[in-house]
Each structure stands twice: as structure tokens, then as C-alpha cells.
Write a protein that binds this ligand. Structure first.
Ligand code: NAD
Length: 452
């Protein structure tokens, strides 16, 4: 790892500022790699999950990565342009501008839930910004990591992009390297370790973490419409999505109706003859046991547990829980699985307080027809990002920054925001014919008569 970093450092310094054509060339290499091997990639992820629909990999990983590459490719030359700024009043006649320069070598640490998208999404931004990158994929997707390492080896020079495979010890050593920037996607707990390790090197970090993203359904909004959007966001990848709606808040008395509607939506999306093909497995037995224990704990505490009917082929069925205890696992930890607690609220302000009492979530979903209520929710509750009257889709907006706030992360990426995040905004000033600063040279005695 140290050798690869040293090699990249040297190459980055020698190259310094790659031009737009070079950056586009690297993005093209990445595009070819993904396009030519998309089926192999889907198969590797399927095998790692013990069942992950190829269509999910295509729609949620391959297509977004190719979209990000296309977007960066067509805008990178403009993003790179120096930005002229107005000089301060006393310095009129001078020139001030900002250069967006590469940082050098970026480290990328990814989780297992979207292994391709979360390794290559940050890489697209790193390459567009003219950096080199080392990627540490998750140890829970070994077949994918193996494949990615081979493909990256074939597509890039060893001093451009490299994949470091290995377990948590390797991850720990990786995050202790003196990168010029570290993009970490994973849990809030590990995020704290990563930031601590990076602090030793003063390596700046972008932390893309998790949390409990609420879905607030407001009075008067069609429960069926809300349920369909919530079910889609919750049961894709069997709920193993950082921005999946974690729990739903509904006006008191509507819990049962929303629960039925969510289960009906799940049964419609995964009819018996398709369920086992279109619905993902939980990544490991350990993760599944954790989820089942959390549900059992709620049930023992008196909660009602409802499961979608269907042929789930041994997979964990979409599950809805009414009355999960506030202090139980389901309401205190990020669920990260196909389990949706439904929580009633009295007044909308109570729902907003409920959200704000917890750690700041990565996403927030609000189902409200009128703009005033939408605005009230946006103003009233804090989150990393928002989709109104839907779920998940804000992450797919190439012109919007994606990131968390508070415990759900720091720093955002994607598109121009990702380019900027992984660039150094370098300020340059060149005085004009009258150099205001030079006029201020000592001895100061000569200014005695001026009141400054
Ligand atoms: P994780 O934090 O357990 O692991 C993520 C990565 O960190 C892995 O590559 C792992 O090898 C590495 N790692 C583990 N321990 C480490 C340590 N001590 N030091 C350095 N690196 C270490 O997360 P996970 O279980 O793979 O993924 C699920 C979590 O990721 C959820 O909390 C989810 O919300 C979050 N997530 C966030 C986003 C986002 O964009 N914000 C996207 C996907 C997942």
C-alpha cells in the first residue's frame, strides 16, 4: 500500500495538472471497463450477496456510474476553468482568481451494499478533479473486490488507480495512510475511527455515513401513493440502502392503513413467481440474525409484526412493525434491512420534533401535496438530502450534491460538487499598476497623520 501511494504521489507531482483531454481519457477507460464487464460485475455481486437481482445491479449501480461518467466527461473542461473574482476595493486594478487544482492521491473506502457504485462514484469525481486514487472495497464482497482489482489493473496504469483488497485490518492500515483526501462510505461508528486515523495525517475526509432516514406522511396525502414510494425505497436491495426510508411517521390512527398499503405494494412489486428473482438477500447470516432479533425484540415488547405474503425463497420478507418500542433496536439503530417501523404522530410539529431529537439523518422523505406543508417540513427537520413525494431519487440528480450532515456524514460529492470537493481551490492574486499593499510598507511613522 505504501509503495503504491509513493508511486502515485510521484506520478501526481510529475503530472501536476492533467488537462481536460487526459481526464476525459481516464473517464473513458472507466466507462469501457464498466460497459464491457457489466454482466460479470452483476454476477460477482449476486454471488457475494447469495442472491442479488442482476436488474438491481444494473439500475442502481451500473447505470448511475455510467451516468456520472457521462456527466463528468461533458462538464469537466468547464469545471476546470479558472474563476475570476473581483479584487477587494483597495486592490482595484489587480486580478484575483481561483484555480481548481488536483489534490493528489485520494483514498476511497467503500461498503458492501452497492459495491460498484460506491467504489466508482467517488472515483469518477476524483479522476475528473485530476487526482489519482486507491480504492479499498469491502471484505464482505470478496468476489466483486477480486474482479474490480483485475479490471482496474487492466484499465489503468498502477500509478493512476489501484485496488487494495483485504479485511478490516487492511482497512485500518489503509485509512492510516497519508492521503491527500479520504472518501469514506460506511457506518457512523467506523466513520469515527476513520476520521481519527485521518487526523493523524491531517488528511481531510469526506464521510458518507448512515442513519435513520424518516418518511413523513402528512394528513390528506394518499396513503397508497406514499406506501408505494416507501415500499420501493425500502425493499430495493432488501432495504440495504443508506438512504432507504428507515421508519415512517403517519398521523395517529393511520398506522394500520399505511402498514397494509406498504405490504400490498410489496406484494405487487414481488409477486410470488418473481419474488425470489427480483428481491435481494441479506448480505450475511450475521446481518440477517441481527434484523430478526430486532424484530423479535419489538414483538416481545408488544409490537405488531406484519409480513408480506409471497414466495421469498428463504429471503427475509418485507416486514412492517407497528408499535416498536422507542428504546428498542428498531428505533435506535439504523435498520438497513426490509423492516419498516410505523410511528404515529399527533401534530406535524410532533413529527418534526421526533426527527430532530435523533441524530441527523442522511435523507428525509416527506409526502405532502401543498407547498406550505412541504416548506414547513424542510424548515422544521434537518437531514442530508430530501426527496419530496417520493424516495431515493435525490441521489440520482447529477446536479445536486449528495452527502450527510451531523452523524450522517460530512462533505458532499457527485457532479460539480464532487469535483470541487476533491480539488484544491487555490487563490491567486496579482496586483495592478498601483500595488495597494506595497503602499503600506513601514516605516509606519509616515502614516501618523492618517487615521486608519
Ligand atoms: P462499515 O462501516 O462496516 O464498512 C465500510 C468499510 O470500512 C469497509 O470497506 C470496511 O473494510 C472498512 N472498515 C471497517 N472497519 C474499519 C476501521 N476500523 N477502520 C477503517 N476502515 C474500516 O459499513 P458497511 O457495513 O460496509 O456498510 C453499511 C453502512 O454504510 C450503513 O451504515 C450505511 O448507511 C452506510 N452507507 C452510507 C452510504 C452513503 O452514501 N452515505 C452509502 C452506503 C452505505
Amino acid at each position: 500500500m505504501e509503495n503504491t501511494l509513493a508511486l502515485m504521489r510521484k506520478a501526481a507531482l510529475a503530472e501536476r495538472i492533467p488537462d481536460a483531454a487526459t481526464r476525459r481519457g481516464r473517464l473513458d477507460a472507466l466507462r469501457r471497463m464498466v460497459k464491457e464487464h457489466r454482466d460479470e460485475i452483476a454476477r460477482a455481486i449476486d454471488a457475494d450477496f447469495g442472491g442479488r437481482p442482476a436488474q438491481e445491479t444494473e439500475i442502481l449501480e451500473v447505470v448511475p456510474v455510467l451516468g456520472a461518467i457521462r456527466h463528468a466527461r461533458s462538464h469537466v473542461a468547464r469545471w476546470m476553468r479558472d474563476e475570476r473574482r473581483a479584487p477587494s476595493l483597495a486592490f482595484r486594478g489587480g486580478r484575483a482568481w481561483v484555480r481548481h487544482e488536483p489534490l493528489g492521491v485520494v483514498g476511497i473506502v467503500s461498503p458492501w451494499n452497492f459495491p460498484l457504485y460506491l467504489c466508482l462514484g467517488p472515483l469518477v469525481d476524483a479522476l475528473a478533479a485530476g487526482n489519482r486514487a486507491m480504492i479499498k472495497p469491502s471484505e464482505l464482497t470478496p468476489r466483486f473486490s477480486e474482479l474490480l482489482a483485475d479490471l482496474i489493473d487492466q484499465a489503468f496504469a498502477p500509478d493512476e488507480v489501484a485496488v487494495i483488497k483485504g479485511d478490516v485490518d487492511v482497512a485500518r492500515a489503509f485509512t492510516a495512510l497519508p492521503f491527500d483526501h479520504l472518501v469514506f462510505t460506511g457506518s457512523t461508528t467506523v466513520g469515527r475511527h476513520v476520521m481519527r486515523a485521518a487526523a493523524e495525517n491531517l488528511t481531510p475526509v469526506t464521510l458518507e455515513l448512515g442513519g435513520k432516514s424518516p418518511a413523513i406522511v402528512t394528513e390528506g396525502y394518499s396513503l397508497d401513493d406514499a406506501a408505494q414510494a416507501i415500499a420501493q425505497g425500502k425493499f430495493l436491495n432488501a432495504g440495504q440502502i443508506c438512504i432507504a426510508p428507515d421508519y415512517a411517521l403517519v398521523p395517529v390512527g393511520q398506522e394500520e392503513a399505511l402498514a397494509r398499503a406498504v405490504l400490498a405494494a410489496a406484494e405487487k412489486s414481488y409477486p410470488a413467481y418473481f419474488a425470489a428473482r427480483d428481491y435481494a438477500s441479506i448480505i450475511t447470516e450475521r446481518h440477517r440474525t441481527r434484523l430478526e432479533n430486532a424484530v423479535a425484540e419489538a414483538e416481545q415488547a408488544g409490537a405488531r409484526v406484519l409480513r408480506a405474503q409471497g414466495a421469498w425463497g428463504g429471503r427475509m420478507p418485507p416486514t412492517v412493525v407497528i408499535g416498536a418500542p422507542d428504546q428498542g433496536v428498531l428505533m435506535t439503530e439504523e435498520i438497513f434491512g426490509p423492516v419498516l417501523p410505523i410511528v404515529p404522530y399527533g401534530d406535524l410539529d410532533d413529527a418534526l420534533t421526533f426527527v430532530n431529537r435523533r441524530d441527523r439523518p442522511l435523507a428525509l422523505y416527506a409526502f405532502a401535496r401543498d407547498r406550505t406543508t412541504q416548506r414547513r417540513i424542510l424548515d422544521g427537520a434537518i437531514s442530508g438530502g430530501v426527496t419530496l413525494n417520493g424516495t431515493i431519487a435525490h441521489i440520482a440528480q447529477e446536479n445536486l450534491p449528495f452527502g450527510g450532515v451531523g452523524a450522517s456524514g460530512m462533505g458532499a460529492y457527485h457532479g460539480r460538487d464532487g469535483f470541487r470537493r476533491l480539488s484544491h481551490a487555490r487563490s491567486v492574486f496579482r496586483p495592478g499598476p498601483i500595488d495597494a499593499f506595497a503602499l503600506l510598507r513601514p516605516p509606519f511613522g509616515r502614516f501618523a497623520e492618517f487615521a486608519i
